[in-house]
Design a protein around this ligand. Structure first.
Ligand code: UDP
Length: 371
């Protein structure tokens, strides 16, 4: 988008948002000699990967982030800024006081039904699925889950969690949410199938500060509020905020799902023995408990845990997940046509593209812009 002949303004790029998209973009632009200014309305950089250090523990302020990718180029890229540890996400699900391993694997099946081998497990799952074989093309998440997993797994491990998380019934949710819950017929509790996985040694802030090294960053600056002046100082804009907000919600509001976090410092060294425990009961109000020290194998005398509560989104709160149902996707497409008409603005990232990106996809996406 940048026109190298128009060097009239103070900066080549104004980067709106100091999260992962904005930081990678700024880094790549600076590397190529462009003058960049990064702004963020929050009082810190890093967007949702930002961690606050409390009692020597990196606390993931906006929910647990585990880096995983199949893309070697992206893995090498992040490792060129900071070394990653060997953390492997192996969450547990707690329901009715019992613990089950995730993702669904032989440990889970053994705990559920006492089956010990892959073939016993497969027979049991076939038996569970048989009742739902008549569902040829599932029209909602409930049908999809029952067809894939059968009654036991759906009732115990999926229904309550999903309805809490999304604030609506499984019969009113799209099938796409549940498609990525695979079965595994080994005793492997690794949640992700990707080849590379880990957490930055020293935390995510280290990654972001390396990316932003030597780049001017102004925090507490609200682009939407001050855009008349801010637009004057750069030739081009890299925008990572909500796309509907950019256009003053002129076509209507996009919906998001929000979260609320309650952090607690405990004077014990180990609370739950794992970084992530999901609570899949409908009756428990939170969805997960995170124990942050375990992401970095911490040996601190104390521990910090976070209860993660799903939360209805109202304009002005933090938008976390886009709700990609038909209504919202259609509205997004309309905003996107408006965005395409903006000649010197790039819309990029989870909020600007209204897409639930993993961290590696964010990075791949931005790197591709420069190819
Ligand atoms: N899910 C579930 N039970 C669980 C964990 C996940 O039913 O114990 C479902 C739920 O619908 C959720 C989806 O799987 O929205 C994706 O969850 P995942 O943990 O992969 O995504 P995250 O919310 O961490 O981004």
């Amino acid at each position: 988008v940048h026109n190298p002949n128009s060097m009239s303004k103070e900066y080549d790029y104004l980067i709106v948002g100091a999260g992962l998209s904005g930081s990678v973009f700024a880094h790549e632009a600076k590397k190529r000699g462009y003058r960049c200014l990064v702004i963020d309305k929050r009082p810190h950089f890093g967007g949702n990967v930002y961690c606050e250090q409390i009692a020597g523990i990196n606390v993931h302020q906006y929910g647990p982030h585990i880096f995983h990718t199949d893309n070697k180029e992206v893995w090498d890229y992040v490792n060129s800024f900071v070394e990653f540890n060997r953390f492997t996400n192996s969450p547990l699900a707690c329901v009715n006081g019992r613990m089950y391993n995730l993702p669904f694997n032989l440990n889970t099946f053994y705990r559920l039904w006492g089956v010990r081998t892959p073939s016993e497990a497969k027979d049991k799952i076939e038996e569970q699925r048989k009742r739902f074989a008549h569902i040829s093309s599932p029209s909602n998440l409930e049908e999809q889950a029952l067809k894939l997993c059968g009654e036991d797994i759906y009732q115990l491990l999926i229904k309550g969690y999903t309805e809490k998380q999304w604030g609506r019934k499984c019969t009113e949710l799209p099938t796409s949410i549940i498609k990525r819950l695979p079965f595994r017929f080994t005793f492997d509790n690794n949640y992700f199938n990707d080849r590379y996985q880990g957490v930055p040694i020293g935390g995510y802030n280290k990654l972001i500060s390396k990316l932003l090294d030597g780049i001017e960053v102004r925090l507490g600056v609200d682009y939407i509020r001050d855009r008349t002046e801010l637009n004057q100082i750069a030739d081009s804009i890299f925008y990572t905020g909500c796309i509907d907000e950019y256009f003053d919600h002129s076509l209507g509001y996009l919906e998001y799902r929000s979260l609320r976090f309650e952090h607690t410092l405990l004077e014990i060294d180990n609370y739950q023995g794992n970084a992530v425990v999901n609570f899949t009961d409908r009756s428990v109000p939170y969805t997960r408990v995170i124990e942050h020290k375990h992401f970095e194998f911490g040996k601190q005398p104390n521990t910090i845990i976070t209860h993660e509560y799903p939360n209805a989104y109202k304009h002005g709160e933090e938008p976390y997940y886009p709700i990609n149902n038909q209504r919202n996707n259609e509205l997004y497409e309309k905003y996107k046509s408006l965005a395409n008409q903006q000649s010197n603005v790039v819309f990029c990232g989870r909020l600007a593209e209204y897409k639930y990106y993993d961290m590696d996809d964010v990075i791949e996406n931005v790197l591709n812009l420069w190819k």
